[in-house]
Structures are given as C-alpha cells and as structure tokens.
Ligand binder design. Sequence first.
Ligand code: GDP
Length: 198
Amino acid sequence: LFAKPWDFRTSVTDMANLPDIGGIEIAFAGRSNVGKSSLINALTGRNGLARTSRTPGRTQMLNFFSADDAPLAIVDMPGYGYAQAPKDLVDAWTKLVFSYLRGRPTLRRVFLLIDSRHGIKPIDTQAMGLLDKAAVTYQVVLTKSDKIKPPQLERLMEETLVALAKRPAAFPEIVATSSEKGKGLAELRAEILQLVLN
Ligand code: GDP
C-alpha cells in the first residue's frame, strides 16, 4: 500500500467538489507546525507530497492524495491554531472541515497530530470537540517524539490516554512517531492497513 507511488490528487474548498474515490479515506489534522506534512511525506515515502501548512493558498483546503489502484485516499486537513484563539477555531478551521467530517461516509478515521513537546493544548481540545460532535473516530498521533526523552514520552502517553478516555469518539490507543527518525511509522502504517482491510 505504501510502496505505491503516492501522488497529489486534488484540493477541495467545497463539499460539491469532493472526489470520487474507490475505497476508504483517512485524514490528518493538527495544529499548524505540528509536523503533519512531514508525517504524510514520511508515510508515503514521497518528500514534498504534502506541503507545510503555511504554503499560501493551500491552508484552507482539503488536499487529497492517492496512489494508483490503492483502496485508500489520504486527506491533509487545514492546520489550525496558527495565530488564532481557541474560540475562533470553528471559523478558522472552516465550516468546510465540519461539513466534511459530518458528510463523508468513506472517511474512516482522523489522525489527530499532537506535538510531543507540547501535549494536548486547549485548541486541540476544541478540535476534539468538533470530532466528537461529528462522531468521527480519531486517533492521536504524537509527532516529533525524537525531541523529548523516553521517560517524558512515556508520561505524555499516559496523560494523553487519560485525557482521551473522557472523549466519546477518541480511539483508545495512540501512536508515537518521529518523521525525522522514522519512528512509529510501521505501527501507523499497520493501523491504516487494518482500516483498509476491515
Ligand atoms: P505542518 O505545518 O504540520 O505541516 O508541519 P511540518 O511538517 O512542516 O513541520 C514543522 C516543523 O517541524 C519543520 O521544521 C519540520 O522539520 C519539523 N519536524 C517535523 N517532524 C519532525 C520530527 O519528527 N522530528 C523533528 N525533530 N522535527 C520535525
């Protein structure tokens, strides 16, 4: 699945233009600068596939990636929280995102990226609120795990699991990754493969 040549498919700014895909879809979400582009690039083995969330014009779009014949599309959701207060999230993260979460039957899971150095911030909690409301299963992926020491990571994982236990749509397992060191990528790919096979 991930050995295939992944490519950019389309950018979407309204629900009417969502592409027809022949399989399931997963989406990646998180604060700007969380390491979302790096993770998508590392997973697909294609540097430059996903661009940083500050690339002009691509920030408020849903970006679709696919590979020939793969029964999976990857969706890069707009990064949130860049110079925005949590209360503005719904506006800033756009109505499109919520419509998409509510109205996309092929969407199987959202991977919600959290920076290992920062943990869950208030704006992430806001995002989780939207995901819970949309009733889309989301799984937390810790990014940049190479930036903190193993005992700190261990504690962060425990704290994160406790926070997630209270959330109705949260998946009860998390994955710690480092795009830089290639850590956790096999685990995340296996998780995604399970979704495709089920
Ligand atoms: P995005 O805005 O969420 O798409 O984030 P990017 O993927 O552009 O990454 C933001 C910054 O974090 C960049 O400077 C990356 O080099 C850095 N970064 C991303 N992933 C990792 C990682 O696994 N380890 C480390 N140390 N830095 C990372």
